[in-house]
Design a protein around this ligand. Structure first.
Ligand SMILES: [Zn+2]
Length: 253
């Protein structure tokens, strides 16, 4: 299994980071992708890189106040120097205040162009803005693909992303019975489009509800996904790891 989205740089893991990763490896997580969300965290993100631990760097739409005026130029220097596997996480979050939407959009477009220049895929955070995201990707002819993390859209929206070379990240939300729509979508998606993630420390799966999420809980997502798709967990492990390697160009393990 590859956890395609875990924020192991966050302070939530300061006390036991090494133990968290050991627990993940003990249950079969062979790799993880840590996406940076703002410049002040990038040093910590880069320091985590190692065998089976890849990084992405990007300016998250939920942290606009933390991105200085020259943030894009600084991001470009980080990309040039530290060569992450993707630009991310970046995106559009329309659950946040409408006054932020225009700034979110311009930041997204700038970073998509930067990713295209560096020939890197992207890790996207998208809430209530899938149609707009798809139209932006089409408008600027973004061809590097990537992952739409914690995907919560419709099957039709998923198919639009797949056509653009994206995989959809399935995480803890799918483990809740009340998540009817995402369960239906997860069951119906083409196998080549599936990747799994925890989004640790957030989006904890049902069996650990209320706890800090961590990559060691990824097998619970895989088990639910296997049940929904009437296949065995081993197949989901294999297919999602292969998809993650393909879409992010992961090498090393
Ligand atoms: Zn995230």
């Amino acid at each position: 299994m590859i956890d395609t989205h875990c924020h192991l740089d966050f302070p939530h893991f300061d006390a036991d980071r090494a133990a968290v990763w050991q627990r993940a490896q003990a249950v079969g997580v062979v790799g993880g992708v840590v996406p940076g969300v703002c410049l002040r965290d990038f040093g910590r993100v880069v320091a985590l890189r190692g065998p089976g631990m890849w990084i992405a760097l990007g300016l998250h739409p939920g942290f606009l106040a933390d991105h200085p005026p020259d943030a894009l130029a600084q991001l470009e220097s980080w990309l040039r120097r530290d060569r992450p596997v993707a630009v991310g996480e970046i995106g559009l979050d329309h659950l946040l205040s409408p006054e932020t939407h225009a700034r979110q959009l311009s930041l997204l477009e700038d970073q998509l162009r930067l990713a295209a220049d560096f020939r890197l895929p992207v890790v996207l955070h998208v809430r209530r803005a899938h149609d707009m995201m798809v139209s932006v990707l089409r408008r600027i002819s973004f061809r590097q693909g990537g992952i739409v993390h914690a995907f919560g859209g419709s099957l039709q929206q998923a198919e639009a992303y797949v056509k653009l070379g994206f995989c959809l990240g399935i995480g803890g939300v799918v483990t809740y019975e009340r998540s009817r729509r995402i369960r239906q979508v997860a069951a119906a998606l083409p196998e080549e489009a599936l990747v799994v993630e925890t989004d640790a420390p957030d989006l904890t799966p049902a069996a650990h509800h209320g706890e800090r999420n961590e990559p060691a809980f990824l097998p619970e997502v895989v088990a639910v996904l296997a049940a929904l798709r009437q296949t065995d967990p081993e197949r989901i492990r294999m297919v999602t790891a292969r998809n993650a390697r393909r879409v992010l160009g992961l090498q090393g393990i």
